[in-house]
Design a protein around this ligand. Sequence first.
Ligand SMILES: Cc1ncc(COP(=O)(O)O)c(C=O)c1O
Length: 341
Amino acid sequence: MKHAFDINRPYLPEWIRLDQSENPYGFSFNRYPSKDNEQKLYEAYIQYINRDLNLNSHLSADNLLFTRGAADAIDLILRTFARGADEEILVSDPTFFPIKHWAKIYNIPLVDEKLTGDTLNNINVDNVISSKATICFLIHPNNPTSTCLDSTCLRSIIENFNGLVVVDEAYIDFCHDRSIVELVHQKSNLIVLRSMSKAWGCAGLRAGFIIANDKLITSLQFIQPPFMCDSFTCDHLSFLLNERYTEFCNYRELIITSRDDFLSTFNGLDGFETLPSDTNFILIRCAKIPSLEKVLMSHNIVTKSLKINDVEYVRIGVGNQLEMKVLKQILIDEANCDPKY
Ligand SMILES: Cc1ncc(COP(=O)(O)O)c(C=O)c1O
């Protein structure tokens, strides 16, 4: 079926372009975004994946689709693949909340499968495989739990689930060796979501990629509104991916080091409890500070309290080195403890 918009049209530089009712004067962005530039962005992203994971993924631009962030990708997947009256989706629980929100809005029945284990990185694979859901959403590493799903569980679900498996890798850059992106060649039911908001620090741009086999990408492209990849975002991302990989690695390393340093300070310290993290956020609670979120707010530090299996944690994003130093001192002072012991 033909796309509602003719977005793939190539233009030669000498052509007089009068087909899109564009403004010939305008400022820098008077033309609709160029498909060629979008292709170049896809190539830059693939090159980044190959470099970062140290592999030849054999991905091509046909395996990628730009989205306005991974959140937009989830919405697009539901609108594309969960439209039938008898569709049902399965999510690991707890999960990234917007999935449940959109499922409710679109009247899609949803089943939860609880994450288990001390670090909530396991799931009952048999239950997932035998469910009648047609789409299974897994967040790897997970928000809110901050841990990766056990790789045997993950691979077994991808291998045996009788429907689409969507793996949201929004945080994967913080533990890149756990990525399953190259499996999209072997598994035609696998969709991987990537975000530019986290390790690449581009949350304000709204950018991410869906990675899947070309048939799934074509179906998604058909439903997606045209020109999602605007000219500014497209050029800026290509520039970052091509020219700023070294800086990206340095910033990522700083975040990982700060995270691990914070966790090693507080894990087991006098009333504090933390979960291990494969992301750029930390879950912490402290028996001595029951209203931790409020206490931190009184120091002008904004965090988020949330419950995981009825246990209340505060979720803290890893800030810069100074911010983490200030935060650490406040926690130590408020709990009246000494990290040396
Ligand atoms: C698991 C997960 N997926 C997707 C997103 C949304 O990412 P984006 O900014 O790319 O839309 C988030 C944001 O926090 C998230 O935690």
